[in-house]
Write a protein that binds this ligand. Structure first.
Ligand code: PA5
Length: 445
């Protein structure tokens, strides 16, 4: 597997000696991860997951995926944050953003419970009318409001259609092995359950049943994905800042942050990576953004967003840098046809591959943005295979853990997410939140 960090365009912003200077901090942060001696070390289970996973459950995931494939037209995955982004990213990355329109031997896969929008849920329920449905409800805590509400609605939908016993065969729950309302309820109802390990946080859970079940239902080779992650685990264990691209990525982004570059834009020229960028945003945003510190993770699909964000990136407030996720080989070849009339004056491109034009757009943009003072580095992989994706998941997870420790935060908690939940519960009248409800209502009276 070749993943490389292409630094050609970063050199004028970050020198080798800058990287040498931060290297001791990178090594120290890596030791905190390896030795489990940093803050949040109870949540480092993802580190060894590619080799040290529950093989019995892995086999059960494959069996469940086959059963789901055979018994439904639509597979609804209910979850929010780390409980859906990885699976959705994988399906679009390896298959296509048009997976649902193109899938033939596998069910369409829709995601619910990641918002509280009535319209979004109503549209999906309408789509499910007259179709055979299976549901995977995913929640590590088993108590998150958004998926819990969507699950209650889908459970009613399935029970009306198939009866309680029939629904039971079509509902799969991925949650804590023992704790939480969802686990208790699933055991009572007799749903098949899968485990989110105690030591793996939501945003690091894509290589557990959280991601693996939906990904397997989409017909993606989960063995290859795990092998890609295992390959990354082995390669990035090497403690050498000169050769370890994961260390260098963590180093460069921290160097830039200390110079006021407080936004990182992860850019891709492949629309199929859009959800991967969303997965990355959650991973880095929730891991680093705390104690009034952190790089704000943003994303863009080019050349699409060059026509919306391009102006700002080139010329606006200079507080950002770009990391380009580059896939060097396109899955498909499209040749631009020749036109004798040449009315559109495009014959200079006749016979060229469309991918060549995409690559050239990237090169032109790299020159323009770096000339405009925006630092750019490239994470390059050769294709969109399951193996490559597993590798990328692990690369960014390890890069995130190391970066977080260099920044001086606990990368594995998310205390800030709780504030809105408490307010929402209070305003909705949940038991135990009476004082907060009174206080909040007074403020808007
Ligand atoms: O990374 C995290 O822990 C969070 O983003 C969670 O994934 C998200 O809040 C969903 O939580 P849960 O799986 O408990 O429903």
């Amino acid at each position: 597997m070749s993943l490389s960090l292409n630094e050609i365009f970063i050199k004028k912003f970050v020198s080798d000696s800058d990287v040498e200077a931060i290297a001791p901090e990178i090594y120290a942060a890596n030791q905190l991860v390896r030795n489990k001696t940093g803050e949040g070390s109870d949540f480092l289970g993802w580190c060894d997951l590619p080799v040290n996973y529950d093989k019995e459950e892995f086999a059960r995931i494959k069996v469940a995926a086959e059963k789901i494939k055979k018994s439904c037209d639509i597979f609804v995955v209910i979850g929010i944050g780390g409980s859906y982004l990885g699976a959705r990213a994988a399906i679009e990355f390896v298959k296509s953003p048009l997976y649902n329109e193109m899938s033939k031997d596998t069910p369409s896969i829709y995601f619910a419970g990641n918002s509280i929008s009535s319209s979004a849920l109503a549209d999906l329920l309408a789509l499910c009318e007259g179709k055979d449905i299976c549901v995977n409800v995913v929640s590590k805590s088993g108590t998150t409001t958004e998926p819990a509400v969507a699950f209650r609605i889908f459970r009613e939908f399935l029970e009306k259609k198939y009866g309680k016993d029939g629904a039971k065969e079509r509902i799969f729950a991925t949650t804590d092995k023992a704790k939480g309302t969802l686990k208790k309820f699933s055991d009572e109802m007799g749903y098949e359950t899968f485990v989110v390990p105690d030591d793996v946080g939501g945003r690091f859970s894509v290589l557990t049943a959280v991601g693996l079940l939906p990904i397997a239902v989409a017909g993606i080779d989960i063995d290859a994905m795990m092998a890609g992650a295992a390959n990354a685990r082995e390669l990035y264990a090497e403690e050498d800042i000169h050769t370890n691209p994961c260390f260098r990525y963590a180093a460069i982004r921290n160097i830039l942050y200390r110079r006021g570059k407080s936004t990182e834009i992860l850019v891709s020229y492949e629309p199929s990576t859009q959800l991967f960028l969303e997965w990355w945003k959650q991973l880095y945003g929730e891991s680093e953004g705390k104690d009034h510190k952190g790089i704000f993770p943003s994303s863009a699909i080019f050349s699409t967003d060059l026509h919306s964000l391009g102006q700002f990136i080139q010329d606006g407030t200079p507080n950002h840098f770009e990391t380009v996720l580059r896939i060097t080989n396109s899955n498909d070849t499209i040749i631009i046809p020749h036109d004798d009339a040449n009315v559109d004056k495009l014959n200079f491109l006749s016979g060229r591959e469309l991918d060549f034009v995409n690559r050239t757009a990237m090169l032109g943009t790299l020159f323009a943005h770096t000339d405009g003072g925006v630092p750019n580095m490239l994470v390059e992989v050769s294709n969109r295979s399951a193996f490559t994706l597993g590798h990328l998941f692990y690369f960014f997870e390890l890069g995130c853990a190391i970066s977080g420790y260099v920044l001086g935060v606990n990368p594995f908690n998310q205390p800030g997410v709780e504030s809105y939940k408490k307010n929402m519960f209070a305003l909705l009248g949940k038991e135990g939140y009476e004082d907060l409800k009174a206080e909040l209502e007074k403020r808007i009276r």
